[in-house]
Design a protein around this ligand. Sequence first.
Ligand SMILES: Nc1ncnc2c1ncn2[C@@H]1O[C@H](COP(=O)(O)OP(=O)(O)OP(=O)(O)O)[C@@H](O)[C@H]1O
Length: 377
Amino acid sequence: MEVADLENPTSRSSSQKSSRRSGSRRSQKSAGQQSSPTVFPEKKGKSKSSRQKHLVFDNKDSKKAKNNEQKNDVVDEKSNFSGYEIYSGKLFFDKKNRITGDQISANGKADISDVRLTSKALIWGSSLLSLEDVISVSYSSGVQHFIVHAYPSKKYLFGKTHRVRKDLRFIAPTVEEAISWVTCFAEQNIYVNMLPLPPTSSTEQDLDGPLSGALFDHPPIKCRTPPRILVILNPRSGHGRSCKVFHDKAEPIFKVPSDTLIMQASTYCSALAGFHMEVVKTTHAGHAKSLASTFDFSAFPDGIVCVGGDGIVNEVFNGLLSRSDRAEAVSIPVGIIPAGSDNSLVWTVLGVKDPISASLLIVKEEKISTSPLRLFS
Ligand SMILES: Nc1ncnc2c1ncn2[C@@H]1O[C@H](COP(=O)(O)OP(=O)(O)OP(=O)(O)O)[C@@H](O)[C@H]1O
């Protein structure tokens, strides 16, 4: 099972317990949200019929339920999971990312399931993916598929868990439905990577025509503004292993190198969680303090992330508190990615030990917005 199994509720992430996102859809649209590039809907007429040739969804069974007014409670006794339904419908889960384009073969019919997006999870078959574990959704304008990027917990030896990256690709019956799914994810404050349109075959291009003209009938998908943060990394932390910890485990959550996100067998440049980060590696003791005491807030309005052990965090807080604009400094969000030899501070304050869980908290903007004064009071 790739994600939490409803039959086995203990495999779910403990982070499901609380969700800032419960509430009405309207309330979830934060004031800071901005429009991402407009999603160009499928061209009507010719293009629709051309795409319908791929579809094997049974439209009679397909149940599309967008519950703006009436929110259905989803309560699963086995998993003790609850949330209200945001959207539901039939989706093809492309388990092995093997389907080219949006075409689903007859063999793939068995993998078409009823999928529900609730205020807390994405649920299909016996699988449940907590939205707390979802980093982002990637989508290309005008295609039927989208990818949900997540780091669900997985059990390994002796009941211990660790987080594993999953890129779950779903194909909707129509482009319009794909857009609706992506829009609903965005409304749950999940970042949407708007990717370049994948290359189409010459035949398909001829049938569809260029994606221009009367393609603006869909409103733009709204998602949060990509945060800009300063990362202060102590390369000596954790006996010199902090750089590896950051680049291997944490950085891919915030952004991915251009050649690692693959959609439709084509390579796209994309940021996973859409963060703009400047990474500064400290060169000496006291460097983190001087950076925190002098950096320009306007360049990094969304905060600082410390990568290292307790010492580097201590320096950053001391640097912030030593500033002349202290009132503003104490409100700057500070995140911590544990990479030191002893990470007792991050464990005590945030309740996490591993760099992936700590990064998820930063992406979810839950702990990064805690001011240093409040942290230590
Ligand atoms: N480039 C550097 N070279 C030498 N020392 C540094 C450098 N950058 C920071 N330091 C100092 O190293 C000290 C220890 O760093 P840090 O706490 O991050 O790592 P650690 O000792 O591995 O972790 P922990 O404190 O959890 O045991 C910090 O107090 C800081 O002053």
